[in-house]
Design a protein around this ligand. Structure first.
Ligand code: HEC
Ligand code: HEC
Length: 448
C-alpha cells in the first residue's frame, strides 16, 4: 500500500462501511486498468509528487558519459541533437517543466497529465482530456522511447522531441496558452527557473530552450528491456511457448513484421512509415474531409494551425494527408512503436480499440475496407488459438520495470475480451465474405 493509502485511503474506506465495500471499490477502480491506491488529480492523472517518486524508482537512463544499456554509442548519438547534448542540468530542468501545470492556461494540465508515469507514460484513455475538460480527437502515445522515433505525432508532423514539446503548450484543447510569450510569462518570474535555464543553456529563459530541456528529459525515458529482448538475446526461456508461437505468427501468417519490424537493430517495432490500415475508415467521408482540409490550410498554413486541426477537429482522421497533401496518404498514420504496448492502451490513433484482442480482430478481418487501404492489409484467417498466441507475444514487449502493471493489464484485457469482442468478424477473417462484397451490401451488414 502506498503512503497515500495509509494516510487517506483506509479511513475513507472505513467510513464507507467495511471490508466488503472496500473490496468492491478497489475492484472497480482496478478494472479501469490502473492501480487503485494511487492519489489522483482532476484529470485522473497521478499527482506530480507520486509520479516523481515512481519515476525515481524506475531509474531512467542517467549516466550520460555512456550510451543507454544495449545501445551502440554511434547509434545513440544519432538520436541526440548537436545543439542539445544531454547534461544533468538540462534533464533536471526538463523534468521540472514536464510536470509543471503552470505551463497550461488554467494551471491544471502538464505533459504528465497525458503522459503519466503511472499509466505507461500515456493517459490510458481513448482520447486525451486537456484544459477545461476538453477532449481532443487523438489517443496520446507514450513518451517512453519516443526519443527513438524518426518523426513525432501520429502523422509525423513534428521532426523531433525538442520541436514536439513546444506544440501541446499552445494547443487550445491541450494546455491552451495563447502564444509563446504567455507560456514564458507563466514561468519567467520563478527564481528557480531563472537559475536552471542559465545553468542548462547558459542564457536567458526562451521558448526554444524550453522545448530542448523537455526533449532532453524525454531522452532519458529509454525502456527497451523486455522479456522479448532477452529472448532475442538468446534466452529462449524468457518468454512462454505460447508467446514464441505468437512471434512466429507475427513474422509469418500475421504479416505484422512488414510494418512492425522487430529485431535487435530495430527494437521499437516500427518502420517509421505511414499506412492506412482501415481504422479511420469506420465512419468517414474522406473526400469531403480532404476538401475541407485543403481549404482550411489555404487560409492558414501555420504549424500551430495544423496542430490545432490535427488534434482538435474531425480533420484528424485524414492523418498523414494533412502533412503531405498527397491523396495516397489519406487516412494513414505512422506505424506506432509496439514496445510497452501492454500498458499503453487503448489502441490506435483514435483510441477506438480497447484491448489487444480487438487489435488482432481488426487485422484478422482485413481492417475496414476503404479506397486508401494499404495493400499489406487483408484477411488473415487466424484461429482463436492463434489470436491468443499473438496477444501473448505482444505482452512480452513491456520493459521488465513495468512487469506488475503489464500483468495487471493483461488480466484486465483478458477479462474484457471474454465479455466482448466488438470488432471480431469471422466471416471476413475466413474470407467467407469479401470486404468489397460487404461494402457493396451496404450499411445494414456493416459492423456485423
Ligand atoms: C491534453 C493531453 C496532452 C498533453 C497535455 C500533452 N500531450 Fe503529448 N500527446 C497527446 C496526444 C493526444 C498526442 C498525439 C497527437 C497527434 O499525434 O496528433 C501526443 C503526442 C505526443 C508525442 C509524440 C509521440 C509519438 O509517438 O509520436 C510526444 C513526444 C508528446 N506528446 C510529448 C508531450 C510533451 C513533452 C508534453 C508537454 C509539453 C505533452 N506531450 C503534453 C496528448 C497530450
Ligand atoms: C500495413 C502496415 C501494418 C501491418 C501489416 C500491421 N500494422 Fe499494426 N499498425 C500499423 C499502423 C499504421 C498503426 C496505426 C494505425 C492507426 O492508428 O490508424 C498500427 C497499430 C498497431 C497497434 C496499436 C498501437 C498503439 O499504440 O495504439 C498494434 C498493437 C499493432 N499495430 C500490432 C500489429 C500486429 C500484431 C500486426 C499483425 C497482425 C500488425 N500490427 C500489422 C501498421 C501495420
Amino acid at each position: 500500500m502506498s503512503q497515500w493509502m495509509s494516510r487517506f485511503g483506509k479511513p475513507a474506506i472505513r467510513a464507507l462501511g467495511g471490508a466488503l465495500i472496500a473490496g468492491t471499490l478497489l475492484w472497480s477502480l482496478a478494472t479501469a486498468g490502473q492501480a487503485a491506491d494511487i492519489p489522483r488529480g482532476k484529470h485522473g492523472d497521478a499527482t506530480a509528487e507520486y509520479q516523481l517518486e515512481r519515476l525515481q524508482k524506475l531509474a531512467p537512463y542517467s549516466d550520460f558519459t555512456k550510451s543507454p544499456t544495449g545501445f551502440d554509442p554511434v547509434v545513440w548519438a544519432a538520436f541526440v541533437p548537436e545543439d542539445n547534448k544531454l547534461t544533468p542540468e538540462r534533464v533536471e530542468l526538463g523534468r521540472k517543466l514536464y510536470f509543471d501545470t503552470r505551463l497550461s492556461r488554467d494551471g491544471t494540465v502538464s505533459c504528465a497529465t497525458c503522459h503519466d508515469v503511472t499509466r505507461g507514460f500515456t493517459d490510458q484513455r481513448p482520447v486525451s482530456e486537456g484544459i477545461g475538460g476538453q477532449l481532443g480527437k487523438r489517443n496520446a502515445p507514450t513518451t517512453l522511447n519516443a526519443a527513438l522515433l524518426q518523426t513525432q505525432f501520429w502523422d509525423g508532423r513534428s521532426p523531433d522531441l525538442d520541436h514536439q514539446a513546444r506544440q501541446p503548450i499552445l494547443n487550445p484543447v491541450e494546455m491552451g496558452m495563447p502564444d509563446e510569450a504567455a507560456a514564458l510569462k507563466a514561468i519567467r518570474d520563478i527564481p528557480e527557473y531563472q537559475v536552471s535555464f542559465k545553468k542548462a543553456y547558459g542564457r536567458e529563459l526562451n521558448y526554444e530552450d524550453l522545448g530542448r530541456a523537455i526533449g532532453a528529459f524525454e531522452r532519458t525515458l529509454i525502456f527497451v528491456d523486455s522479456p522479448f529482448r532477452k529472448f532475442l538475446d538468446g534466452d529462449s526461456a524468457a518468454i512462454s511457448p505460447q508467446a514464441r508461437a505468437g512471434f512466429e505468427l507475427f513474422n509469418g501468417k500475421g504479416r505484422c513484421m512488414t510494418c512492425h519490424p522487430m529485431n535487435p537493430s530495430n527494437p521499437l517495432g516500427t518502420d517509421n512509415r505511414f499506412h492506412n490500415i482501415g481504422v479511420s475508415a469506420r465512419h468517414q467521408d474522406f473526400e469531403g474531409l480532404a476538401k475541407k482540409a485543403l481549404k482550411a490550410m489555404a487560409e492558414d498554413a501555420s504549424e500551430q494551425k495544423l496542430d490545432e486541426l490535427a488534434v482538435g477537429t474531425d480533420l484528424s482522421e485524414l492523418g498523414r494527408f494533412m502533412v503531405s497533401r498527397n491523396r495516397a496518404d489519406i487516412g494513414s498514420f505512422r506505424t506506432p512503436q509496439i514496445l510497452n504496448i501492454g500498458i499503453t492502451g487503448p489502441y490506435m490513433h483514435d483510441g477506438s480499440l480497447a484491448t489487444l484482442w480487438d487489435v488482432i480482430d481488426h487485422y484478422n478481418k482485413g481492417g475496414e475496407a476503404n479506397p486508401f487501404l494499404d495493400g499489406g492489409i487483408e484477411p488473415l484467417a487466424l484461429t482463436e488459438e492463434e489470436i491468443d498466441q499473438l496477444v501473448a507475444f505482444l505482452f512480452t514487449l513491456t520493459d521488465v520495470r513495468f512487469a506488475e502493471e503489464n500483468q495487471r493489464e493483461f488480466e484486465r484485457q483478458q477479462a474484457a475480451a471474454k465479455k466482448q469482442r466488438p470488432v471480431r468478424n469471422d466471416e471476413l477473417a475466413k474470407r467467407k465474405t469479401l470486404p468489397f462484397e460487404q461494402r457493396v451490401a451496404g450499411a445494414k451488414n456493416k459492423d456485423k
